[in-house]
Design a protein around this ligand. Structure first.
Ligand code: GLN
Length: 292
């Protein structure tokens, strides 16, 4: 007897013990199955009782469902994740896009529209491009603005470039290396442009990484998470940078870092900084300005 998608989804629980089952929700198993069957959610609902002919596909499902139950994130198993209205190629070595980052991106896009009324030339720069989600969304929304995006991981850059090409964002130049070294050259080349700096930098305290949930700690790149002993290393460097360069800086940060960031901003005598929350009402990103 051939199995249907519905059978696979609900019989799958027989292949796991209770602990494993907790790590894989029915929702994620369904997304995995949709991916393998190349079904949209609607197609899945319409066709879920039809027999699946391919034994290879059924075996692939069992194999990947096991990985999911063991804690491997769905995005790394199926090689993609949604962000804003696009699907991004995602592989181990880049952070999985978080819904929370969409607030920062939407605000960046709106703010760029506003700034363009006063500044004839703006150059976008991103520190830590990862899979490319932030720069690509901004570049697609602002095709006449040029963006420069850095990452110290070549793997991340390869993935970001691939995503930019697939999604048609041709106004981004990718740079391999340290952002704080590289940006100086770019600013020299664009002396009359307003630097619009965006980043979702690593911001977890080094000692806290070991306490993160397994799916993050065991699978996501620590390079993209580790913000040094106090989690603030990147913000320290950003505040120092913008003191000498009139610019606008938008950064994501950890839900519990607002007070520490306010104190850090005071230390740099940076008074034009505003904090914003994400859709879950957690403090999530700030905008700092060193322009009038
Ligand atoms: N910009 C990417 C993201 O927001 C990568 C961030 C990072 O590597 N810290 O997902």
């Amino acid at each position: 007897m051939s199995l249907s998608a519905h059978d696979l989804l609900y019989s799958n629980s027989h292949h796991s013990n209770d602990d494993e089952q907790n790590l894989a929700s029915i929702d994620e198993l369904q997304q995995l199955l949709c991916h393998l069957l190349k079904y949209t959610e609607t197609e899945f609902l319409l066709k879920k009782r039809e027999p699946i002919q391919s034994q290879d596909l059924i075996q692939a499902f069992y194999r990947q469902a096991k990985e999911l139950r063991e804690g491997k994130p769905l995005a790394y198993i199926i090689g993609q994740a949604p962000f804003m209205s696009h699907t991004y190629l995602i592989q181990p070595g880049v952070l999985i896009p978080r819904h929370d980052t969409e607030c920062l991106v939407e605000h960046s896009i709106r703010l760029l529209h506003t700034l363009k009324k006063d500044y004839s030339s703006i150059v976008g720069v991103e520190c830590g491009v990862g899979s490319g989600i932030i720069s690509i969304e901004c570049a697609l929304a602002h095709p006449t603005t040029h963006f420069h995006a850095w990452d110290i991981s070549q793997k991340a850059l390869d993935i970001a470039k691939h995503n930019a090409t697939r999604l048609g964002a041709s106004n981004i130049t990718f740079h391999h290396g340290n952002f704080f070294d590289g940006i100086q050259d770019i600013l020299k080349k664009h002396p009359n442009s307003l630097p619009f700096i965006i980043s979702n930098p690593p911001y977890i305290e080094t000692d806290t990484i070991q306490t993160l949930e397994d799916s993050v700690k065991n699978y996501e790149p620590h390079l993209a998470l580790d913000g040094g002993t106090n989690g603030l290393e990147f913000y320290d460097a950003f505040f120092s940078l913008i003191q000498s360069i009139p610019s606008v800086l938008l950064c994501e940060f950890g839900y519990n870092q607002k007070n520490a960031l306010q104190a850090l901003a005071r230390k740099y005598e940076l008074y034009t900084i505003e904090f914003f929350q994400d859709l879950s009402q957690n403090d999530r990103y700030f905008i700092a300005r060193t322009i009038d």
